[in-house]
Ligand binder design. Structure first.
Ligand SMILES: C[S@@+](CC[C@H](N)C(=O)[O-])C[C@H]1O[C@@H](n2cnc3c(N)ncnc32)[C@H](O)[C@@H]1O
Length: 432
């Protein structure tokens, strides 16, 4: 078989793979710029590729220096890579104008990188990075994102767009006004964390997507006190309830699958506690029909759309070979079986709307969720859900749960950029 040529960049497999991890631990601005430039251009081409950047002076000069070292041009009128640094919000409007003007002149299948602090808020009090992502998706083609994790705790979001046959060149992005999030700093929560969960028990392995006890504990300690009542409308193996009971909270929940409902109840029964717990078997769309008391806090994670039904996904094939369940259930009420994205969002929103009717005023809801790539398209589930929820809840905080114990797959190798999504959004809202 003929060896496929790498027409995308000059990297070998060892350098290609680490860049594909969807989160990066920040070292220096110089190394961040260098890793992006080296990934998105092919300096060995003749004539040399053209690149352009916009942003703070030091970003610009570092970018130009790195480009020069790679023997790349930075003066022409059509581009092989564009980099927009919005780490200083005063450049926001000028930066957007620059991106629109030059984005039209990107060469075919070439990328634009936008770097934005995650805690920069838009007028409607949700992260600007997410709004920019949505707005630029109506202009170029939204391809991917990476989270830049700083040692001092804050994060930047790297957004990646490509000019290709799907680019619309409509909806020129415009963002009205901004303010730095004050909410992010009022919590003791970290803004990003890497967890190494304990090995799972035999029962817990049956579930294709449980979240770690350590994560739930962090949030319960932040948002609840002893004697409070905690709820999870999609309880799975009962991780929420187990940690809540362990910390002296009352624990309630709903779970649709009989199998997981059984596992969750068994886990709770093994805990010696005086506190109340009850996990109902059923559809959380009907939460208002269940006997659930007033809630102090809700933490939950939905099916990540119908991704578990996607045949051929590597994890799925691996689970199948071990005789493990690859999806939650075949039940038509299982949200993981809804293949229409808008319908899935509608139903999920309805569940959270009904669930938060039981939440006391001032109480918080934390949702653990991922953005999704399906058949080459990027579906920003975290952003889309937030957009809907801020019509009845207040956005309070986002943290990234980064997974560092997964094997990286060489998606798009020699061809294009497709990251391995190793970060989850933990988004907290407050009922006012
Ligand atoms: C991501 S998992 C939750 C995992 C859980 N946090 C844990 O740690 O085990 C989502 C769960 O939602 C359940 N589910 C899907 N549709 C549901 C519905 N309509 N009502 C209640 N539960 C549902 C699935 O059976 C699955 O167990």
């Amino acid at each position: 078989m003929a060896k496929i040529k790498n027409n995308f960049n000059d990297l070998g497999p060892k350098e290609w793979l680490p860049f594909q991890k969807s989160f990066t631990l920040f070292e220096t601005m110089e190394s961040l710029i260098q890793s992006n430039l080296k990934f998105f251009i092919k300096p060995s081409l003749s004539p040399a590729p053209n690149v352009l950047s916009f942003g703070q002076d030091d970003f610009q000069s570092m970018f130009q220096k790195t480009a020069q070292n790679l023997n790349v041009n930075s003066t022409k009128t059509s581009f092989d890579f564009l980099a927009l640094d919005l780490t200083n919000p005063i450049h926001l409007q000028a930066g957007i104008d620059w991106a629109i003007e030059n984005g039209k002149n990107l060469n075919y299948r070439k990328f634009m990188w936008i770097l934005v602090p995650t805690d920069l808020m838009s007028k409607n009090n949700s992260p600007i990075a997410w709004e920019l992502s949505n707005q630029f998706a109506g202009f170029l083609t939204r391809k991917d994102e990476k989270i830049i994790c700083h040692p001092d705790g804050h994060t930047w979001t790297s957004l990646y767009f490509r000019k290709d046959e799907h680019s619309l060149f409509q909806n020129y992005p415009s963002i009205e006004s901004t303010h730095q999030a004050s909410t992010q700093s009022t919590h003791h929560l970290q803004n990003w964390f890497i967890l190494k969960p304990k090995p799972r028990s035999k029962d817990q392995i049956l579930h294709p997507a449980k979240y770690p006890e350590e994560l739930v504990r962090m949030y319960l300690e932040e948002f609840t006190k002893k004697g409070d009542t905690v709820f999870d409308p999609m309880s799975g193996t009962g991780t929420t309830q187990v940690e809540a009971l362990n910390l002296g909270r009352h624990a309630f929940g709903i779970e649709l699958s009989e199998l997981f409902h059984g596992i969750a109840n068994k886990r709770c029964a093994e805990i010696s506690t005086q506190n109340h717990y009850s996990i109902f078997l059923g559809d959380s769309r009907n939460i208002l029909n269940f006997e659930i008391p007033e809630l102090d806090y809700i933490i939950t994670s939905p099916p990540y759309w119908d991704m578990l039904n996607m045949k051929g996904a590597e994890v799925q094939a691996n689970r199948k070979s071990k005789g493990l369940q690859t999806n939650y259930s075949d039940n038509k009420n299982d949200l993981g079986n809804l293949d229409d994205y808008t319908k899935f969002l509608d139903v999920l929103t309805e569940i959270y709307q009904n669930t938060t009717q039981k939440l006391k005023s001032g109480g918080h809801l934390t949702i653990v969720v991922k953005n999704i790539k399906k058949k080459g398209e990027h579906f920003p589930l975290a952003f889309d859900l937030t957009n809907r929820l801020i019509s009845f809840l207040e956005f309070k905080h986002v943290a990234f749960w980064c997974q560092d114990d997964l094997q990286i797959a060489p998606y798009g190798y020699k061809h294009t950029f497709v990251s391995n999504t190793f970060h989850h959004y933990c988004i907290t809202f407050q009922k006012t």
